[in-house]
Design a protein around this ligand. Structure first.
Ligand code: NAP
Ligand code: MG
Length: 488
């Protein structure tokens, strides 16, 4: 009853007009080639695939599919470029990286629109988060390029060589920045593969790289699907693999390079715990829960997908959460009012829907607000599951969608044990007004990132990475430089 009253009141008070972001100014080619040795070249086998807009399932462009021959060509270009690039002074390298950062800023709106078109995320997020953070990442590592002797005092860091980098579809440009910026700052060269469903902003980045005058072959971008990624992993002349993606593919990569001298960093999946204590500022915590699980449709490795609420405040938190969910706008990624955009692909929607069925079959109670989903494209309403326990699959496994599993707890020890009872260890959030409790939990939670009274906040200066099946190594900050250097 309460639910209906809230939603009706909200919709009566706030009937938003459509506010579509303009697409007039963006330039998208009909067909994209591979970016190898400083220029766009046709794939040797002549194969192309389509990238579609997941909000209407319409084709946006044809994109080249890199074969083993193309990967070999890219690795050879990167190897040749390494000779000069690794000898350039840090100051010179920094100049190019600053230039790339500034060019991203100059074309930020174009990048944001293309990111939302190709991947389905709300324009509010691509404009306000993805693109500025990507530029910041390049700025930050440009600053390190001539200061490596301060980063590693009394040691002489040397670049590793050619880095093979494979990234996922949830933060396409940002993940490319996380990979490319530290590699270039430390004097390495790169062969990068974007995800099959979201290659366009990486290809725009290639255009910017060309414009920046970066020596040819320093960055090569080879589009394709998983097979192209595997060709990079297995290429004998790659010195390092940096991978962000699922735990399953991470395990495959670890096996594939076992016994070789290739270095490896893995940023994998997660099942983050978001913990609300009874002394938390409840309204802020409710906003935090929304941001933790519905940001980017829940396609976030560090999403707060397991909510733990202290029993004494559970009723009020859940009631407020449901009311807040009634006000979330699900719809066109290009509308400036949209909170939740399209699910990235048909395949991902299928995975999410399968997990919703699993939750229902396991006897969990579902809650979804009333919302009209567009007819075309891939959509999932924000979803809560109540009456869940640790053994349920929707609590154990990563769903990678807007689906939250809610449990309650009574004591600190209980919630620490429950939060750590997962194969993952990437992120957690703690909401309390008591500083000592917050710091105690940051020590006890087995997670690479613990947010206090906030969630899903990112900064290039801050290291990011996981424990257990969430990965190996750290990206971002000073720690992110370490994965790209070696010492004699
Ligand atoms: P995925 O299937 O593992 O794909 C990631 C990348 O690897 C894509 O470019 C993919 O290509 C490629 N790939 C697939 N099979 C491969 C193989 N055998 N060898 C080499 N490369 C291969 O993951 P996803 O579904 O795209 O992304 C979602 C996952 O990424 C989630 O589990 C999420 O938690 C994780 N993630 C982690 C972080 C982090 O920082 N820890 C950040 C973001 C996402 P195609 O896409 O073209 O198939
Ligand atoms: Mg796409």
């Amino acid at each position: 009853m309460h639910k209906k009253a809230d939603s009706e009141m909200f919709k009566a008070l706030w009937a938003y007009d459509k506010a579509a972001e303009s697409t007039d100014h963006i330039q998208i080619k009909k067909k994209y080639e591979l970016f190898i040795d400083g220029k766009f070249v046709k794939p040797i086998k002549g194969a192309y695939f389509d990238t579609v807009n997941p909000s209407n399932n319409e084709k946006i462009a044809s994109v080249a599919e890199g074969s083993s021959e193309d990967v070999d060509k890219a690795v050879k270009a990167a190897r040749k470029a390494f000779k000069g690039w690794s000898k350039l002074s840090g100051r010179e390298r920094g100049k190019y990286i600053y230039r790339i950062a500034r060019l991203i800023q100059e074309r930020a709106t174009e990048f944001a629109v293309i990111e939302s078109l190709d991947g389905g995320k709300p324009i509010r997020e691509s404009k306000g988060i993805d693109i500025p953070l990507a530029a910041n990442h390049f700025f930050y590592y440009a600053g390190w390029a001539d200061k490596l002797s301060y980063a590693f005092p009394n040691r002489t860091p040397k670049p590793i060589g050619v880095a093979g980098q494979i990234i996922p579809w949830n933060f396409p440009l940002l993940m490319a920045a996380w990979k490319i910026a530290p590699a270039l700052a430390t004097g390495n060269t790169v062969v990068l593969k974007p995800a099959e469903t979201t290659p366009l902003t990486a290809l725009k980045l290639a255009e910017i790289i060309e414009e920046s005058g970066l020596p040819k072959g320093v960055v090569n971008i080879v589009t394709g699907a998983g097979e192209t990624g595997a060709e990079i992993v297995n290429h004998p002349d790659i010195d390092k693999i940096a991978f962000t993606g699922s735990t399953n593919v991470g395990k495959y990569i670890q096996k594939a390079i076992a016994g070789t001298s290739k270095k490896l960093t893995l940023e994998l999946g997660g099942k983050g715990a978001n913990i609300i204590f009874e002394d938390a500022a409840i309204d802020q915590a409710v906003e935090g829960i929304i941001n933790a699980i519905f940001f980017n449709q829940g396609h976030v490795c560090c999403a707060g997908s397991r909510l733990f609420v202290q029993e004494s405040v559970a009723d009020v938190v859940i009631q407020k959460l449901k009311s807040r969910m009634e006000t979330l706008m699900v719809g066109s990624p290009l509308d400036k009012n949209t909170d939740i955009g399209a699910i990235n692909s048909k395949k991902q929607l299928q995975t999410i829907e399968d997990y919703i069925k699993i939750g229902l079959n396991e006897g969990c109670e579902i809650y979804q607000p009333t919302c009209d989903l567009p007819k075309k494209g891939y959509w999932c309403p924000p979803t809560l599951f109540l009456n869940v326990s640790q053994s349920h699959r929707i609590v154990q496994e990563e769903i990678f969608g807007p689906v939250l599993a809610i449990q309650t707890f009574r004591t600190i020890d209980e919630v620490i044990e429950k939060a750590n009872n997962t194969p993952y260890g990437l992120s957690a959030g703690v909401w309390t007004q008591t500083g000592s409790k917050l710091f105690y939990l940051t020590q006890k939670l087995n997670a690479g990132i613990v947010w206090g009274n906030t969630f899903n906040k990112f900064d290039p200066t801050s290291p990011f990475g996981g424990y257990k099946e969430s990965g190996i190594g750290r990206e971002g900050g000073l720690h992110g430089l370490k994965s790209y250097v070696k010492f004699d």
